[in-house]
Design a protein around this ligand. Structure first.
Ligand code: NAD
Length: 302
Protein backbone atom coordinates (compact mmCIF):
# COMPACT_ATOMS: atom_id res chain seq x y z
CA UNK A 1 0.00 0.00 0.00
CA UNK A 2 1.55 3.33 -0.96
CA UNK A 3 0.04 6.78 -0.61
CA UNK A 4 -2.27 7.95 2.15
CA UNK A 5 -5.09 5.75 3.43
CA UNK A 6 -6.91 8.37 5.51
CA UNK A 7 -7.30 11.84 4.06
CA UNK A 8 -10.45 12.96 5.88
CA UNK A 9 -11.04 12.39 9.59
CA UNK A 10 -14.76 13.11 9.60
CA UNK A 11 -16.51 10.28 11.43
CA UNK A 12 -13.29 8.26 11.64
CA UNK A 13 -12.57 6.49 14.92
CA UNK A 14 -9.25 7.59 16.42
CA UNK A 15 -7.63 6.07 19.51
CA UNK A 16 -4.80 7.94 21.24
CA UNK A 17 -2.91 6.37 24.13
CA UNK A 18 -1.38 8.72 26.66
CA UNK A 19 -4.23 11.03 25.73
CA UNK A 20 -4.78 12.67 29.12
CA UNK A 21 -1.92 15.14 28.88
CA UNK A 22 0.69 16.81 26.72
CA UNK A 23 0.96 15.76 23.10
CA UNK A 24 -1.74 13.08 23.37
CA UNK A 25 -4.20 15.61 24.68
CA UNK A 26 -3.31 18.04 21.87
CA UNK A 27 -3.83 15.21 19.38
CA UNK A 28 -7.23 14.46 20.90
CA UNK A 29 -8.22 18.08 20.46
CA UNK A 30 -6.95 18.25 16.86
CA UNK A 31 -8.68 15.02 15.82
CA UNK A 32 -11.88 16.19 17.56
CA UNK A 33 -11.81 19.51 15.72
CA UNK A 34 -11.29 17.58 12.47
CA UNK A 35 -14.57 15.73 13.06
CA UNK A 36 -13.22 12.40 14.31
CA UNK A 37 -14.72 10.21 17.01
CA UNK A 38 -11.92 10.24 19.58
CA UNK A 39 -11.09 7.76 22.32
CA UNK A 40 -8.35 8.87 24.69
CA UNK A 41 -6.72 6.13 26.73
CA UNK A 42 -4.55 6.82 29.75
CA UNK A 43 -3.45 5.33 33.04
CA UNK A 44 -4.00 8.59 34.98
CA UNK A 45 -7.75 8.66 35.62
CA UNK A 46 -8.24 12.14 37.15
CA UNK A 47 -6.24 13.82 34.36
CA UNK A 48 -8.07 11.75 31.74
CA UNK A 49 -11.51 12.64 33.09
CA UNK A 50 -10.65 16.34 33.23
CA UNK A 51 -9.17 16.33 29.72
CA UNK A 52 -12.16 14.53 28.20
CA UNK A 53 -14.57 16.97 29.82
CA UNK A 54 -12.59 20.04 28.70
CA UNK A 55 -12.03 18.82 25.15
CA UNK A 56 -15.69 17.90 24.73
CA UNK A 57 -16.63 21.41 25.78
CA UNK A 58 -13.99 23.08 23.59
CA UNK A 59 -14.56 21.05 20.43
CA UNK A 60 -18.12 19.72 20.72
CA UNK A 61 -16.69 16.47 19.36
CA UNK A 62 -17.46 12.88 20.35
CA UNK A 63 -14.54 12.40 22.73
CA UNK A 64 -14.43 9.75 25.43
CA UNK A 65 -11.86 8.33 27.79
CA UNK A 66 -10.87 4.80 28.75
CA UNK A 67 -8.53 4.10 31.64
CA UNK A 68 -5.84 1.80 30.29
CA UNK A 69 -2.34 0.77 31.31
CA UNK A 70 -0.48 0.21 28.05
CA UNK A 71 2.13 -1.96 29.78
CA UNK A 72 -0.56 -4.58 30.47
CA UNK A 73 -1.64 -6.61 27.42
CA UNK A 74 -5.02 -7.44 29.03
CA UNK A 75 -5.70 -3.76 29.68
CA UNK A 76 -4.98 -2.87 26.04
CA UNK A 77 -7.13 -5.80 24.86
CA UNK A 78 -9.94 -4.43 27.04
CA UNK A 79 -9.45 -0.99 25.46
CA UNK A 80 -9.75 -2.48 21.96
CA UNK A 81 -12.82 -4.50 23.02
CA UNK A 82 -14.46 -1.34 24.30
CA UNK A 83 -13.61 0.76 21.24
CA UNK A 84 -14.84 -1.87 18.76
CA UNK A 85 -17.99 -2.58 20.84
CA UNK A 86 -18.83 1.10 21.10
CA UNK A 87 -17.74 2.39 17.69
CA UNK A 88 -17.35 -0.71 15.51
CA UNK A 89 -13.96 0.31 14.11
CA UNK A 90 -10.59 1.93 14.64
CA UNK A 91 -9.26 3.93 11.71
CA UNK A 92 -6.35 5.69 13.36
CA UNK A 93 -4.37 4.26 16.26
CA UNK A 94 -1.83 6.54 17.92
CA UNK A 95 0.49 4.65 20.27
CA UNK A 96 1.69 7.71 22.10
CA UNK A 97 1.92 6.95 25.84
CA UNK A 98 5.48 7.34 27.01
CA UNK A 99 7.64 8.11 30.01
CA UNK A 100 11.01 9.74 30.56
CA UNK A 101 13.17 7.83 33.02
CA UNK A 102 16.08 9.26 35.02
CA UNK A 103 19.21 9.94 33.05
CA UNK A 104 22.03 7.53 33.84
CA UNK A 105 25.06 5.84 32.39
CA UNK A 106 24.18 2.52 30.76
CA UNK A 107 26.07 0.55 33.38
CA UNK A 108 24.31 2.45 36.18
CA UNK A 109 20.78 2.17 34.79
CA UNK A 110 18.79 0.16 37.30
CA UNK A 111 16.55 -2.85 36.53
CA UNK A 112 13.40 -0.90 37.43
CA UNK A 113 14.36 1.99 35.17
CA UNK A 114 14.76 -0.47 32.26
CA UNK A 115 11.50 -2.26 33.12
CA UNK A 116 9.42 0.88 33.53
CA UNK A 117 10.76 2.62 30.43
CA UNK A 118 10.57 -0.37 28.13
CA UNK A 119 7.23 -1.40 29.69
CA UNK A 120 5.55 1.85 28.67
CA UNK A 121 7.58 3.07 25.69
CA UNK A 122 8.17 -0.24 23.88
CA UNK A 123 5.76 -2.90 25.18
CA UNK A 124 3.04 -0.22 25.29
CA UNK A 125 3.41 0.26 21.54
CA UNK A 126 3.71 -3.48 20.91
CA UNK A 127 0.55 -4.10 22.96
CA UNK A 128 -1.35 -1.44 21.02
CA UNK A 129 -0.30 -3.01 17.73
CA UNK A 130 -1.15 -6.54 18.91
CA UNK A 131 -4.59 -5.61 20.26
CA UNK A 132 -5.73 -3.32 17.45
CA UNK A 133 -4.00 -4.16 14.17
CA UNK A 134 -5.51 -7.65 13.66
CA UNK A 135 -8.99 -6.16 14.13
CA UNK A 136 -8.15 -3.25 11.85
CA UNK A 137 -6.98 -5.72 9.21
CA UNK A 138 -10.08 -7.91 9.68
CA UNK A 139 -12.35 -4.89 9.19
CA UNK A 140 -10.95 -4.39 5.66
CA UNK A 141 -11.29 -0.63 6.20
CA UNK A 142 -8.48 1.86 5.55
CA UNK A 143 -6.41 2.55 8.60
CA UNK A 144 -3.32 4.25 9.89
CA UNK A 145 -1.03 3.57 12.86
CA UNK A 146 1.10 6.33 14.35
CA UNK A 147 3.81 5.35 16.81
CA UNK A 148 5.35 8.12 18.88
CA UNK A 149 9.10 7.79 19.10
CA UNK A 150 11.66 10.57 19.55
CA UNK A 151 14.55 11.98 17.56
CA UNK A 152 16.47 10.90 20.68
CA UNK A 153 16.75 7.29 19.60
CA UNK A 154 15.07 7.30 16.19
CA UNK A 155 17.58 9.73 14.66
CA UNK A 156 20.51 9.72 17.06
CA UNK A 157 20.73 8.88 20.75
CA UNK A 158 21.56 11.47 23.36
CA UNK A 159 23.98 9.24 25.25
CA UNK A 160 23.01 10.91 28.53
CA UNK A 161 19.47 9.62 28.13
CA UNK A 162 20.49 6.12 27.13
CA UNK A 163 17.54 4.03 28.36
CA UNK A 164 15.02 6.46 26.87
CA UNK A 165 16.95 6.62 23.59
CA UNK A 166 17.17 2.82 23.45
CA UNK A 167 13.41 2.53 23.99
CA UNK A 168 12.63 5.06 21.26
CA UNK A 169 15.05 3.36 18.86
CA UNK A 170 13.11 0.15 19.47
CA UNK A 171 9.86 1.96 18.61
CA UNK A 172 11.42 3.24 15.38
CA UNK A 173 12.54 -0.24 14.37
CA UNK A 174 9.26 -1.96 15.19
CA UNK A 175 7.38 0.74 13.28
CA UNK A 176 9.51 0.18 10.16
CA UNK A 177 8.89 -3.56 10.37
CA UNK A 178 5.16 -3.04 10.94
CA UNK A 179 4.90 -0.78 7.90
CA UNK A 180 6.81 -3.22 5.71
CA UNK A 181 4.71 -6.18 6.86
CA UNK A 182 1.40 -4.36 6.31
CA UNK A 183 2.52 -3.29 2.84
CA UNK A 184 3.70 -6.80 2.02
CA UNK A 185 0.32 -8.18 3.09
CA UNK A 186 -1.44 -5.67 0.82
CA UNK A 187 -3.44 -4.31 3.77
CA UNK A 188 -4.89 -0.81 3.41
CA UNK A 189 -3.19 0.27 6.62
CA UNK A 190 -0.24 2.65 6.59
CA UNK A 191 2.08 3.69 9.40
CA UNK A 192 3.88 6.79 10.57
CA UNK A 193 6.75 7.30 12.92
CA UNK A 194 6.03 10.47 14.89
CA UNK A 195 8.99 12.39 16.28
CA UNK A 196 7.65 15.28 18.37
CA UNK A 197 9.69 18.35 17.50
CA UNK A 198 9.40 22.08 17.00
CA UNK A 199 11.01 25.45 17.37
CA UNK A 200 11.27 25.19 21.14
CA UNK A 201 10.69 22.92 24.12
CA UNK A 202 7.43 21.00 24.33
CA UNK A 203 5.79 21.89 27.64
CA UNK A 204 4.33 18.48 28.48
CA UNK A 205 4.11 16.22 31.51
CA UNK A 206 7.12 14.18 30.35
CA UNK A 207 9.23 16.10 32.85
CA UNK A 208 7.10 14.74 35.70
CA UNK A 209 6.55 11.26 34.26
CA UNK A 210 7.39 9.77 37.68
CA UNK A 211 3.85 10.67 38.74
CA UNK A 212 2.65 7.54 36.94
CA UNK A 213 5.48 5.26 37.97
CA UNK A 214 4.07 2.12 39.63
CA UNK A 215 5.33 1.48 43.18
CA UNK A 216 6.59 -2.00 42.27
CA UNK A 217 8.93 -0.34 39.74
CA UNK A 218 10.03 2.48 42.06
CA UNK A 219 13.45 4.03 41.67
CA UNK A 220 16.21 2.01 43.33
CA UNK A 221 18.41 5.12 43.46
CA UNK A 222 16.76 8.10 45.15
CA UNK A 223 16.58 11.32 43.19
CA UNK A 224 19.78 13.35 43.62
CA UNK A 225 18.31 16.70 42.64
CA UNK A 226 14.79 18.16 42.57
CA UNK A 227 12.83 17.17 39.48
CA UNK A 228 13.55 19.45 36.53
CA UNK A 229 10.36 21.05 35.30
CA UNK A 230 9.50 23.39 32.47
CA UNK A 231 8.92 26.06 35.14
CA UNK A 232 12.45 25.54 36.52
CA UNK A 233 13.91 25.75 33.02
CA UNK A 234 11.92 28.90 32.28
CA UNK A 235 13.16 30.45 35.54
CA UNK A 236 16.77 29.50 34.70
CA UNK A 237 16.37 31.06 31.25
CA UNK A 238 14.86 34.24 32.73
CA UNK A 239 17.78 34.55 35.16
CA UNK A 240 20.12 34.24 32.17
CA UNK A 241 18.23 37.09 30.49
CA UNK A 242 16.39 34.97 27.91
CA UNK A 243 12.90 33.66 27.39
CA UNK A 244 12.51 29.90 27.14
CA UNK A 245 11.22 29.13 23.65
CA UNK A 246 8.19 26.86 23.77
CA UNK A 247 6.64 25.02 20.85
CA UNK A 248 2.82 25.21 20.91
CA UNK A 249 1.49 21.67 21.14
CA UNK A 250 -1.50 22.37 18.90
CA UNK A 251 0.88 23.01 15.98
CA UNK A 252 2.66 19.72 16.67
CA UNK A 253 -0.69 17.90 16.74
CA UNK A 254 -1.98 19.59 13.56
CA UNK A 255 1.21 18.50 11.83
CA UNK A 256 0.45 14.87 12.73
CA UNK A 257 -2.96 15.14 11.04
CA UNK A 258 -1.31 16.77 8.02
CA UNK A 259 1.29 13.98 7.90
CA UNK A 260 -1.37 11.27 8.01
CA UNK A 261 -3.36 12.98 5.23
CA UNK A 262 -0.16 13.22 3.18
CA UNK A 263 0.77 9.58 3.86
CA UNK A 264 4.15 10.56 5.36
CA UNK A 265 6.21 7.91 7.07
CA UNK A 266 8.16 10.25 9.34
CA UNK A 267 6.19 13.11 10.88
CA UNK A 268 8.44 15.69 12.49
CA UNK A 269 7.40 19.32 12.57
CA UNK A 270 10.17 21.33 10.93
CA UNK A 271 12.94 18.86 11.69
CA UNK A 272 13.09 16.14 9.06
CA UNK A 273 15.84 17.63 6.89
CA UNK A 274 18.11 18.28 9.86
CA UNK A 275 17.39 14.75 11.08
CA UNK A 276 18.33 13.34 7.67
CA UNK A 277 21.59 15.33 7.76
CA UNK A 278 22.40 13.93 11.19
CA UNK A 279 21.62 10.42 9.96
CA UNK A 280 23.91 10.85 6.94
CA UNK A 281 26.75 12.00 9.22
CA UNK A 282 26.13 8.96 11.38
CA UNK A 283 26.28 6.67 8.34
CA UNK A 284 29.60 8.26 7.35
CA UNK A 285 31.09 7.61 10.78
CA UNK A 286 29.69 4.05 10.72
CA UNK A 287 31.15 3.43 7.24
CA UNK A 288 34.53 4.66 8.51
CA UNK A 289 34.41 2.06 11.26
CA UNK A 290 33.59 4.56 14.00
CA UNK A 291 30.83 4.79 16.59
CA UNK A 292 28.08 6.88 14.98
CA UNK A 293 27.54 8.48 18.38
CA UNK A 294 30.29 10.79 19.54
CA UNK A 295 30.98 11.56 23.20
CA UNK A 296 30.13 14.91 24.66
CA UNK A 297 26.51 14.87 25.75
CA UNK A 298 26.14 15.65 29.44
CA UNK A 299 23.88 13.56 31.60
CA UNK A 300 20.58 15.18 32.46
CA UNK A 301 20.01 15.71 36.20
CA UNK A 302 19.00 12.41 37.79
N1 NAD B 1 7.76 16.17 25.30
C1 NAD B 1 8.75 16.00 24.45
O1 NAD B 1 9.63 16.85 24.30
C2 NAD B 1 8.81 14.74 23.63
C3 NAD B 1 9.79 14.63 22.64
C4 NAD B 1 9.87 13.46 21.91
C5 NAD B 1 8.97 12.44 22.15
N2 NAD B 1 8.03 12.56 23.12
C6 NAD B 1 7.09 11.45 23.33
O2 NAD B 1 5.77 11.95 23.21
C7 NAD B 1 4.88 11.06 23.90
C8 NAD B 1 3.91 11.87 24.74
O3 NAD B 1 4.63 12.42 25.83
P1 NAD B 1 4.37 13.90 26.39
O4 NAD B 1 5.62 14.65 26.20
O5 NAD B 1 3.11 14.42 25.89
O6 NAD B 1 4.29 13.58 27.97
P2 NAD B 1 3.03 13.61 28.96
O7 NAD B 1 3.52 13.06 30.27
O8 NAD B 1 2.41 14.94 28.97
O9 NAD B 1 2.03 12.58 28.29
C9 NAD B 1 2.24 11.18 28.36
C10 NAD B 1 0.94 10.52 28.77
O10 NAD B 1 1.18 9.10 28.85
C11 NAD B 1 0.46 8.62 29.98
N3 NAD B 1 1.03 7.34 30.46
C12 NAD B 1 2.17 7.13 31.16
N4 NAD B 1 2.27 5.82 31.46
C13 NAD B 1 1.19 5.21 30.92
C14 NAD B 1 0.75 3.86 30.90
N5 NAD B 1 1.44 2.88 31.51
N6 NAD B 1 -0.41 3.57 30.24
C15 NAD B 1 -1.14 4.55 29.64
N7 NAD B 1 -0.76 5.85 29.65
C16 NAD B 1 0.39 6.17 30.28
C17 NAD B 1 0.60 9.73 31.02
O11 NAD B 1 -0.38 9.63 32.03
C18 NAD B 1 0.45 10.97 30.14
O12 NAD B 1 -0.89 11.40 30.07
C19 NAD B 1 5.77 10.10 24.67
O13 NAD B 1 5.86 8.87 23.98
C20 NAD B 1 7.10 10.79 24.70
O14 NAD B 1 8.18 9.91 24.86
C21 NAD B 1 7.92 13.69 23.86
Amino acid sequence: MSGPTITDFTGRVVVVTGGAAGIGRALGEAFGRAGAVVVLADVERPALDATVEQLREQTGADISGVVCDVTDPASVDALADEVFARHGATHVLVNNAGVGPPSARVWETTPNDWRWTFGVNVFGVANGVRSFVPRMIASGEPGHVVNTSSSDGAVAPMPGASVYAASKAAVATLTECLGAQLAEGGHPITVSLFLPHGRGLLATGLWTADRNRPPELAREVPRQTPAMTIETLAEMARKAGRELALQPLDEVAEDVLRGIRAGEYCIMLGGREEAARTMRERVERFAAGRNPTEPGHALLPA
